[in-house]
Design a protein. Structure first.
Length: 189
């Protein structure tokens, strides 16, 4: 391998890992949004909107698929402006909420319009290329020693959290009871 290519490869290697981490975050947000919108889709109004979305043609489905990102772009710019004005926490909160809302909307719209979008040849090719690239980057990230160490640490933390018994009157025990009651009431709905 030529020295210049080796240099470029070593220069861009960290960017691949950052991109893979961002893709994993995006996957997590995608799954979170899908679960949230699955619960919301039981509402009659949203059920009718989703039925209408399923009847759209390819061009309208593509426009609808791009719509959430287009609508949230000004919100993200306003959040950056707020951060520049000294409201860093507010700006960061708005960006995170916009990212979660955008990922949820895009995930649900993609689920509803995927059969129609896959009839667009260039879209199907681009999606296949992107998914293959994403998988390669994530596999490179998972092959690193740092990923294995973080995975081992996360496993130890999960084990500790399950088996650690807080004192009965401690704030941790009270908080866990509160969470259990909240979870039970939420599932009872």
């Amino acid at each position: 391998m030529k020295p210049f290519h080796r240099f470029c490869r070593s220069l861009f290697a960290p960017l691949v890992y950052v991109a893979a981490l961002l893709l994993l975050l995006e996957d997590w947000l995608w799954d979170l949004g899908m679960r949230l919108l699955d619960r919301l889709s039981s509402w009659p109004v949203l059920r009718r909107i989703e039925a209408w979305i399923c009847t759209l043609g390819p061009r309208a489905a593509l426009a609808l698929f791009v719509l959430p990102a287009t609508l949230l772009f000004p919100v993200k710019l306003l959040a950056l402006w707020a951060m520049a004005q000294g409201h860093a926490l507010l700006g960061l909160l708005v960006i995170v909420l916009a990212k979660v809302a955008g990922a949820a909307a895009v995930a649900r719209i993609f689920l509803l319009t995927r059969p129609v979008l896959m009839t667009i040849v260039w879209f199907a090719r681009l999606l296949h290329w992107f998914l293959a690239l994403k998988e390669r980057w994530i596999e490179r990230l998972r092959a690193t020693a740092a990923w294995r160490q973080v995975g081992a640490l996360a496993g130890r933390l999960r084990h500790w959290r399950r088996h650690a018994v807080p004192a009965p009157g401690s704030w941790i025990a009270r908080f866990r009871r509160l969470l259990r009651r909240f979870r039970a009431r939420w599932r009872a709905r």
